[in-house]
Design a protein around this ligand. Structure first.
Ligand SMILES: Nc1nc2c(ncn2[C@@H]2O[C@H](COP(=O)(O)OP(=O)(O)OP(=O)(O)O)[C@@H](O)[C@H]2O)c(=O)[nH]1
Length: 195
């Protein structure tokens, strides 16, 4: 039987195109800081205790290098991962297309039809450069049973909510699993086999 502590350990992977603001979101969340300059990420892992719904979760947050159409989702992204945050910038149509590709690649790699996931529209402070209508991203999220939210790391809008939503999606999934009862085995038929 797994201990309660183990059950509260959650691994969250943050994915998305280059420069959509993955590191900025994490930095704002963990350290209440925002950096205007762009420094490409290789990969980073951060520990953070998150209180959600009265429960303390011991979270590992993985910041990944920006993805393009040639990047593959690999075992490092998926093995042991409980939830995904996939980010596009509201100022970039290409980055929303990459969200769709990444989500499909995760499902393919894991061989499942659903994973706990939050789709995040970043840089919501840049309204004058908006290319993605909220309804478009919301529709994709709804179709795929994921959560969706817009954020600004710069203005610290909806930053903590992204991580809480991710835990909520993870919990939803584990409740569904707990409620799941496998179908009873098929009754054996009294058939006669002629050899
Ligand atoms: N206006 C605005 N700029 C942002 C916001 N978030 C990030 N940026 C800027 O966007 C650029 C890229 O941000 P990063 O956080 O480095 O993006 P990333 O997705 O981690 O990039 P990679 O490391 O290439 O994957 C930086 O210049 C940030 O200052 C935001 O909410 N608003």
């Amino acid at each position: 039987m797994p201990s309660t502590n183990l059950l509260k350990k959650k691994r969250i992977v943050v994915l998305g195109s280059r420069s959509v603001g993955k590191s900025s979101l994490i930095l704002q969340y963990l350290e209440n800081q925002f950096v205007e300059n762009y420094y490409p990420t290789i990969e980073g892992s951060f520990q953070r205790s998150i209180n959600y719904n009265g429960t303390e979760y011991d979270c590992e947050i993985i910041d990944t290098a920006g993805h393009d159409e040639f990047s593959l989702v690999n075992a490092n992204h998926t093995i042991g991962t409980h939830g995904y945050i996939i980010i596009y910038s509201i100022t970039s149509r290409n980055s929303l297309e990459m969200v769709k590709i990444l989500y499909e690649r995760i499902l393919d790699f894991c061989g499942v039809q659903y994973v706990p996931c939050v789709i995040v529209g970043s840089k919501s402070d840049l309204q004058q450069h908006r290319q993605i209508d909220p309804s478009e991203a919301q529709e994709f999220a709804k179709l795929n049973n994921t959560a969706w939210i817009e954020t600004s790391a710069k203005k610290n809008i909806n930053v903590a909510q992204v991580f809480e939503l991710c835990l909520s999606e993870i919990e939803k999934r584990s409740t569904q699993n707990a409620a799941y009862k496998p179908p009873p085995p098929e009754p054996t038929k009294n058939t006669c086999v002629i050899m």
